[in-house]
Design a protein around this ligand. Sequence first.
Ligand SMILES: [Zn+2]
Ligand SMILES: [Zn+2]
Length: 133
Amino acid sequence: MKGPNPPQPDAILQTPKTRSDMYTPRWLLGQGSFKSGLCPLCPTLRWFRMKFSAYWYHMNFHHGISSHTFLPFPAPSAMRFNRYRGVKEALCPRCHQWVVASSSKNVAVKVQEIYWWKHAQKCFGKGDRAISN
Ligand SMILES: [Zn+2]
Ligand SMILES: [Zn+2]
């Protein structure tokens, strides 16, 4: 049986860790510190180093996919605008705290959700291991 066509001739196929795994790269390239994973979600072929957290960072903070559960971070329970602080805030369903969900300085960020994801990454931590089904 032939597997799916590799995106590059020397790419190595990986098996997902769970059935709903959105995190693990399907394809790996290179070895050692050059080992890179193909982002399963970017519309174009984008490889990220597995070392130095490049892949980890991309998945967590560009796509909002948790490296703990291999699933998207949960959405905040609610959002509000804090006029006093001049920022958007998100209500965390786990710790029930309002966390800053936008930058107070008017800096353009590629992904607005990054502020929420940064909190969710820490708050929905190691206790939320992926459930293999
Ligand atoms: Zn991507
Ligand atoms: Zn929280």
